[in-house]
Design a binder for this molecule. Structure first.
Ligand code: NAP
Ligand code: HSE
Length: 446
């Protein structure tokens, strides 16, 4: 894809030529002249690593451009920018570290990689003079990394929350609006290229957690690991939950919430299916869209929305990084992306602690199917009272001996610790027939 010989050509290596890799190639090709005019440089995709070089692809290129070993791309002295678009955390980590060890610029869309190995990767960039760019790793096409690092640099962030997974939002939207079955919509999300190779990362909340960890690092200088978060997914939500949500004026969204208490010097990240009032903008962010609300002490509340997954949105973000990479090659420095000013090195890293579950409170919706026999409500009440959980409302729907009856409870504010322990108790209570569905009740001021 040589655009011009008269201007400097930047050689790129792609590790991965799937949904995202092919999208990046396509848009670089289609807009080559525009990029050259805007950036003063042209791009040449010099080498592409894939697992299966014989695979038939959306885009047909000369076999000579492909190789099987992504380290060959990372170590190629001709390649200045290495795009890691493979996914996974093992080979991807080796490739990124190898490229950074050579002082190269790395662009990645891999949120799991950054969540698990971000600290090591930033350090490798610092030590070897490389750069790591990762705009596509959070919220697809929304330039949220740029917003936090550049546009909102004047701010401290007490709260960042939003929808960070396109696949889950696509599923929830189609379940809610069209009553389609979960499995059917998940298959469609896979076909459209939204879902991760391992779809459990999406539907069980882990992908959102990886992204929230990156936002937490950018906003607060601390990598919070997924085992320090409260993470839930959307698998057990049913049409019954949507019916209750509608009745009370809510939508159900998988929300990631990053809360910073500056006075107590505490940080907490949770990813949970959440009831959110339909009056809120976020409740109306549907389909594959993501929406992120960032509350800054100087700017106030800002809101960002755009497609959160898929070939085009993600390619847009990767190409944004390629443009920044060209600036670096032309001599400008990005202190964060070169690991030179890592928020990790600030004082905050030494004192900022992750909140414990006893320190965080929330209101909840709990739905469970119970045996339709006398005394069940009393058993439920005793579990609630054992954990000090105060009930705000109870709804019981008439059931039958065979299928049982649904009970829907909402709680007053309760610690996360009490709620989690209470759910574990419900799970082993004999008269409760299925795992309770737990939805957080989202209360956001703006
Ligand atoms: P994908 O369609 O599954 O493509 C992955 C590509 O990487 C394939 O070309 C595959 O080769 C190649 N690959 C995987 N492991 C490899 C290895 N060990 N050696 C060589 N090549 C290898 O995945 P994708 O959807 O493009 O996602 C790529 C990355 O972007 C992931 O980190 C994902 O989380 C992230 N991301 C995706 C989206 C999205 O909407 N899809 C959005 C944002 C971020 P073969 O083709 O030969 O199998
Ligand atoms: N699987 C991810 C999602 C891709 O659905 O949001 C974008 O990161």
């Amino acid at each position: 894809m040589k655009i011009s010989k008269s201007k400097p050509t930047v050689k790129i290596g792609l590790c991965g030529f799937g949904v995202v890799g092919q999208g990046v190639w396509k848009h670089l090709e289609e807009k080559s002249e525009e990029f050259e005019k805007k950036l003063g440089s042209s791009f040449e995709v010099a080498k592409i690593a894939v697992r299966d070089t014989a695979k038939k692809r959306e885009i047909n290129l000369s076999p000579s451009v492909f190789c099987k070993d992504p380290l060959e791309v990372a170590n190629d002295p001709e390649i200045q920018i290495v795009c890691e678009l493979m996914g996974g955390t093992d080979v991807a980590r080796k490739v990124v570290l190898a490229a950074l060890a050579k002082g190269k610029i790395v662009v990645t869309a891999n949120k799991a990689l950054l969540c698990f190995h971000g600290k090591e990767i930033f350090e490798a960039a610092r030590v070897n003079g490389g750069h790591i760019f990762f705009e596509a790793s959070v919220a697809g096409g929304i330039p949220i990394i740029k917003a936090l690092r550049e546009g909102l640099i004047a701010n401290r962030f007490s709260l960042i929350y939003g929808i960070l997974n396109g696949t889950c939002n696509f599923i929830l939207t189609h379940m809610e609006k069209e009553g389609q079955p979960y499995e059917v919509i998940l298959d469609e999300a896979k076909r459209l290229g939204y879902a991760e190779a391992d779809e459990e990362l999406d539907v069980d909340g882990w992908d959102s957690a990886h992204k929230a960890s990156i936002l937490g690092f950018l906003a607060h200088g601390k990598w919070v690991s997924t085992d320090e978060m409260l993470v839930g997914g959307i698998r057990n939500i049913t049409q019954e939950d949507f019916a209750y949500a509608k009745k009370f004026g809510y939508s159900i969204k998988l929300l990631s919430v990053i809360t910073r208490d500056f006075e107590a010097d505490r940080l907490f990240i949770n990813v949970q299916p959440t009831l959110i009032s339909r009056r809120k903008v976020l409740a109306n962010v549907d389909e594959v869209y993501n929406g992120v609300c960032v509350c800054g002490d100087v700017v106030g509340t800002t809101f960002y929305m755009g497609e959160g997954a898929g070939q085009n949105a993600t390619s847009s973000a990767v190409i944004c990084d390629l443009a920044d990479a060209v600036s670096v090659l032309n001599g400008s420095k990005h202190p964060l992306f070169s690991g030179e000013i890592s928020p990790d090195e600030s004082n905050e890293e030494n004192t900022l602690k992750v909140s414990t579950l006893e320190e965080v409170t929330s209101k909840y919706y709990i739905r469970m199917v119970v045996k339709d026999v006398p005394g069940v409500l009393a058993k439920v009440a005793s579990v609630l009272s054992n954990h000090g959980v105060s009930v705000a409302s109870v709804l019981q729907q008439e059931g039958n001996q065979e299928k049982g009856a649904s009970i829907v409870l909402t709680t007053h504010k309760t610690t996360e610790q009490a709620i989690q322990e209470m759910v574990k108790d419900f799970e082993i209570t004999e008269s409760i027939l299925s795992s309770p569905v737990l939805l957080k009740i989202g209360e956001f001021e703006d």
